[in-house]
Design a protein. Structure first.
Lengths: 80, 607
């Protein structure tokens, strides 16, 4: 079943934000020698965690659950 | 005269080669299961794009291997080296070929022939409905314990080695990216894999330089330290990972991880081959009953399955094989490589990366150089090694330093290559642990859903509410986290609560292996109607395992349990008692099933 356009848009937005947040953390890390801090929340640590979850969830919302490539293969094998 | 390292290397390679070809392929695949490449698997017949997805055999092998490999194939043999190297290697080889790999392969194939249902549900077909639900409940409880233990271990690891946390943070997005490349673009699996593996090794290099720290948080007067904060974050992650489609995160992540783990095994084999002529300084045999559990003399038989689990056999494997793997198998012929081959690979980890290096590094004049080069080792430990042997190190360090020593010697630099390999071994161990967590949550979901399938016919709405994938996964995560989150005092030390029952886990997990193998053996006898010598080849090791594990648990309860702190004595003791009661109940149902099968016509296989 094709993914709902609104869900796809949400997925795309979440994915893009997630990528940007993680890139920010990765860029900051080498300059400070570490990401985050043991003492207090820092922007790079928050970006890393939020970005992590966003990248895990975002593409799933955008692409949906069933890749067309596999669906076609299943239909072919099942003779549908 | 000391035994050369080559004896172990060549014996293991020859045994595994012969076992795979002659026992796995010729007997199990061709004569027992009669695998048919044209028979549609559940991945096709029940395709849903989430859990049932036909998968490339190498990708599935990666998932299966990474999921079944916890800390067991490493920590168990490292402890068992107290017997010397001969008995552990013997158990790994025998257990692998005749028990573990058979158990994994038959669980996978029995599940495939029963629509992808778990081995616990397969038991209904051969042992009756009661057996199924008792078995499911038993496995569900065991999985909750696995989730609790692994979430706690992973949180400790992230807090203790923050570079591993960085790696995990980069690793998951790379896995998602690989899933997209493989399934959503026209790129071939090979090209996608190359991109994924290159990205992974860049990520490893980055993570080794940049650690990731979390702070201690205060919310409304309640303090959450780093360890507990990681637990919460990992609980959310496990929930998400277990409800998302397998092709999306689980498969590519485990597939990528398999490259790391394979590099680790291949380096071990290469190292072993290069040091072929070097003598093993470790004794082949020390004692039949060295002091292993709580200072109690621990007889090799029947205690060995409680010490070496995954390297030889493990009940958790049957749950993975008949849980996630069977739902993704695209072709029955792939099952040998995934199920039987996956288990042999775990045995190779134990043999080449743990037993061989520890036997080699047992007492070497230049080993202290490595200990000093890595740093962080107390001077008294170094003195202890010089005056004794490698057993003065804790079980994890025996492995990491043994591995580092073997490869350092093999590649000519004990202070250059050696320390790097010590770190690599530690990272491989972390990889083994991390991949097991969300697979366990997904398996907990499957067990929960199968436990309530009777409700589906009676009230579809109620079933949908309590057994939908979100509720089922959330329950497993919440219960698992809840028993790992609080600390309790055990023997004067504050430890995560699941430790109250954890000492019993090794035994209950191996009891599960025995029961799963007996179920699979009964499936072979009752459903596949295999008789004669081949039937005995499966039945005898199954009964041997059951007798060994049941006797081992009884021995443990009498000799070791009284030595544990009071809270564990009652907690773990209760778990063992319940396990043994379930064990005898299921064995009664098994014997009944066996008697029925001997006199009745073949049962009809469900698809």
């Amino acid at each position: 079943m094709p993914q709902n356009p609104a869900v796809r848009a949400l997925g795309l937005a979440i994915t893009l934000i997630g990528v940007l947040l993680m890139l920010y953390s990765f860029a900051v890390g080498p300059f400070r020698g570490h990401i985050g801090s043991k003492e207090a929340w820092t922007s790079d640590a928050i970006s890393m965690i939020v970005g992590w979850y966003f990248i895990i969830v975002g593409p799933a919302l955008y692409f949906g659950e069933a890749p067309a490539k596999i669906r076609k293969e299943v239909a072919r094998k099942q003779g549908k | 005269m000391a035994t050369p390292a080559g004896i172990i290397v060549i014996s293991v390679l020859v045994v595994y080669f012969l076992a795979y070809i002659y026992y796995g392929k010729k007997i199990l695949q061709e004569k027992v299961v009669k695998a048919d490449p044209n028979r549609p698997t559940p991945a096709y017949t029940k395709y849903d794009g989430v859990d049932y997805v036909p998968t490339n055999k190498y990708v599935l092998y990666g998932h299966h291997f990474a999921s079944i490999a916890g800390a067991g194939p490493i920590v168990g043999p490292a402890i068992a080296m107290a017997y010397g190297w001969f008995l552990p290697i013997l158990w790994v080889l025998f257990g692998n070929v005749f028990i573990g790999a058979v158990h994994d392969y038959l669980s996978l194939m029995a599940s495939v022939r029963h629509g992808g249902l778990s081995i616990m549900s397969v038991s209904e077909n051969v042992m009756g409905r009661k057996a199924r639900y008792i078995f499911l409940l038993y496995v569900y409880a065991a999985l909750i314990l696995v989730i609790a233990a692994f979430i706690s271990v992973a949180a400790h690891l992230f807090k203790g080695i923050p570079n591993v946390a960085t790696l995990a943070m980069i690793y998951m997005p790379i896995a998602v990216g690989l899933g997209m490349l493989m399934y959503r673009t026209g790129l071939s699996p090979r090209t996608s894999s190359i991109i994924g593996v290159v990205a992974l090794f860049i990520a490893i290099a980055y993570a080794m330089k940049v650690p990731f720290y979390l702070p201690t948080v205060k919310i409304g007067g309640y303090t959450i330290d780093q360890y507990h904060l990681w637990m919460i974050l990992l609980a959310i992650y496990s929930f998400l990972a277990s409800v998302l489609p397998v092709w999306y995160l689980l498969q590519p992540r485990d597939y990528l991880n398999a490259y790391v783990l394979w590099s680790f095994v291949i380096l071990g084999v290469l190292g072993g081959l290069i040091v072929l002529g070097k003598p093993l300084t470790g004794p082949a045999y020390t004692s039949f009953a060295p002091k292993i559990f709580s200072g109690v003399p621990t007889p090799f038989w029947p205690a060995i399955p409680l010490i070496i689990a995954c390297g030889a056999l493990s009940g958790f494997h049957s749950v993975v094989a008949s849980g996630t793997s069977s739902k993704q198998l695209a072709n029955e012929l792939d099952a040998l490589f995934v199920g039987y081959g996956g288990m042999l690979t775990e045995g190779a980890v134990s043999s080449f990366a743990v037993i061989l290096p520890i036997a080699l590094a047992w007492h070497q004049p230049d080993f202290p150089k490595l200990l000093k080069a890595v740093g962080g080792v107390k001077p008294e430990t170094i003195t202890g090694y010089v005056n004794g042997n490698i057993l003065v190190l804790d079980k994890v360090r025996r492995f990491t330093f043994g591995y580092g020593y073997m490869l350092g010697k093999a590649f000519g630099s004990l202070t250059g290559v050696g320390p790097a390999m010590v770190k690599f071994a530690g990272m491989a161990l972390a990889s083994f642990i991390l991949t097991t967590l969300d697979t366990a949550v997904r398996l907990g979901r499957f067990a929960w859903q199968e436990m309530f399938d009777w409700l589906e016919e009676k009230s579809r709405i109620t079933y949908t509410i309590i057994a939908n994938r979100y509720v089922a996964s959330a329950l497993a995560v919440i219960i698992g986290t809840a028993i790992a989150y609080p600390y309790v005092m055990i023997g004067g030390k504050a430890k995560p609560a699941y430790n109250v029952v954890w000492p019993a886990f090794a035994g209950t997990n191996q009891l599960l292996a025995a029961l799963a193998l007996l179920t699979a053996a009964l499936w072979v006898y009752a459903v596949l109607r295999i008789r004669g010598g081949i039937n005995w080849l499966i039945q005898v090791p199954a009964w041997f395992l059951w007798i060994t594990v049941t006797t081992g648990l009884a021995w443990w309860s009498v000799k070791v349990l009284p030595k544990l702190p009071a809270v564990q004595k009652y907690g773990a003791g209760s778990l063992v008692l319940i396990s043994l009661a379930i064990d005898f109940l299921l064995i009664y149902l098994f014997v009944e099933g066996l008697r029925r099968a001997a006199v009745t016509r073949p049962a009809v296989e469900r698809r």
